[in-house]
Design a protein around this ligand. Structure first.
Ligand code: XLS
Ligand code: NI
Ligand code: NI
Length: 437
């Protein structure tokens, strides 16, 4: 196959003074920050769906993307060719990982058997390219939402046959993930929610979703797949309400159904926005529960209000994201996965490089800034100090469960009034963050 990006060579780190749009200004893979290389901290992943299957179509117009390596057909041969183009891109970019949905990499057939056969034929090439380049699969997932059969959902469909189909499709996607040594497997509930409660038995649907995930856990054991399972919160779109609406809802669902030990969360920035939260909020909710697994790094446009999946370039966003990630011990099995797409107007192949380089540099800066804030220690010390009344005396007794209402009443009766409060110093802290940006 001819080169898909003949005019572009391996993207290099040239430092902050470089004016070369095809060079990293901040992402220096081998540079050590807070005890680990940037490569180890950030574990960047390229998504197959937006980057290699995105056409640029929107509800008002057809595709715009120029992708010379793609013959536009739905053939297996074209899908295999596309794999080579994808790996050339990822290799030149220098991202260590990629992610896919089953139906992004291989065309769906007219039966499940045919789809599985197509998938195997393309997976063979994925395996060859992984071997050739050393690029690894961060996670795989099944697209159980695009085909019309999934109109009512997959695991939460009112149609039991559709549930069975989804299970079969997920089974195969897990097998291929395992075969390609994927480090994880993600569940995003594409249409697991409702459009109207008038036709919905919510309790039954949620029980079915839990049953599907329990089957996945059991099958994972059976095939010896050791990768991490993730569930990806999103509040709406395409449905009016998705059951996995945010980190807290996912954690509650997993806990209620005895699934929490088997899952971590894959948190996406634009989904946090749609849920009316910040990314930092979602990361903190997951982190506090020991369930921070991976991130889908993108950003939305707050004036548009849908999942626009833009590349992240906002340094405050990446700084706050990395502050929370470092606080909870860094990314372990997951990665910084660019679930993001170039704009419809950015239709040339080179735009894919600009987009990813910008996202990687923004995260490298966020990492460096967050590490510097942590090293400085003032922020952490402030928070410690703010809670110091819990370190001894009555606070320590409450935390260790040694006292109840009666003892607390006696404590306050003896003092007459609570000790005075101190300022939250929000403005001081915001200024402190700006010192580092
Ligand atoms: C859609 C989701 C999806 C998942 C993978 O909004 O972000 O792309 O990441 O199914
Ligand atoms: Ni996502
Ligand atoms: Ni999304």
């Amino acid at each position: 196959m001819q080169s898909a990006f003949p005019k572009i060579s391996k993207i290099k780190f040239e430092g902050p003074k470089s004016k070369n749009p095809l060079a990293f200004k901040h992402y220096n893979a081998s540079e050590v920050v807070a005890g680990k290389t940037m490569r180890e901290h950030l574990r960047f992943a390229v998504v197959y769906w937006h980057t290699f299957r995105g056409t640029g179509s929107d509800p008002f117009g057809s595709g715009t993307m120029l992708r010379p390596w793609d013959d536009g057909t739905n053939s297996v041969a074209n899908a295999q060719n596309r794999v080579r183009a994808a790996f050339e891109f990822i290799e030149k970019l220098g991202a260590p990982y990629y992610c896919w949905h089953d139906r992004d990499v291989a065309p769906e057939g007219s039966t499940l058997a045919e789809s599985n056969k197509n998938f195997d034929a393309v997976a063979k090439v994925l395996k060859e390219e992984q071997k050739r380049t050393g690029i690894k699969l961060l996670w795989g997932t099944a697209n159980a939402f695009s085909n019309p059969r999934y109109m009512h959902g997959a695991g939460t469909s009112c149609n039991a046959d559709v549930f069975a189909y989804a299970a079969a499709q997920i089974k195969k996607a897990m097998e291929v993930t395992h075969e390609l040594k994927g480090e994880g497997y993600t569940f995003w509930g594409g249409r697991e929610g409702y459009m109207t409660l008038l036709n919905t038995d919510m309790k039954r649907e949620l029980n079915h979703l839990a049953a599907l995930l329990h089957m996945a856990v059991a099958y994972k054991k059976q095939i010896g797949f050791k990768g991490q399972f993730y569930i990806e919160p999103k509040p709406k779109e395409p449905t009016k309400h998705q059951y996995d609406s945010d980190s807290a809802a996912c954690l509650n669902f997993l806990r209620e159904h005895g699934l929490l030990p088997h899952f971590k969360l894959n948190i996406e920035t634009n989904h946090a926005t749609l849920a009316g939260h910040t990314m930092q909020h979602e990361l903190e909710v997951a982190g506090a529960a020991g369930a921070l697994g991976s991130i889908d790094a993108n950003t939305g446009d707050e004036l548009l209000g849908w999942d626009t999946d833009q590349f992240p370039t906002n340094i405050y966003l990446t700084t706050y994201t990395m502050l929370s990630i470092l606080k909870y011990g860094g990314i372990k099995t997951g990665g910084v996965n660019f679930d993001a797409k170039v704009r419809r107007e950015s239709f040339e192949p080179i735009d894919l490089f600009h987009a990813h380089i910008g996202g990687m540099d923004a995260f490298a800066r966020g990492l460096k800034i967050a590490a510097a804030i942590r090293k400085d220690g003032r922020l952490e010390k402030f928070v410690q100090q703010r809670y110091s009344s819990w370190d001894s005396g009555i606070g320590a007794k409450i935390e260790s469960g040694k006292v109840g209402f009666k003892e607390l009443e006696a404590h306050i009766l003896a003092k007459g009034e609570a000790d005075s409060n101190s300022s939250g110093r929000q403005e001081f802290l915001e200024n402190l963050i700006n010192e580092f940006i």
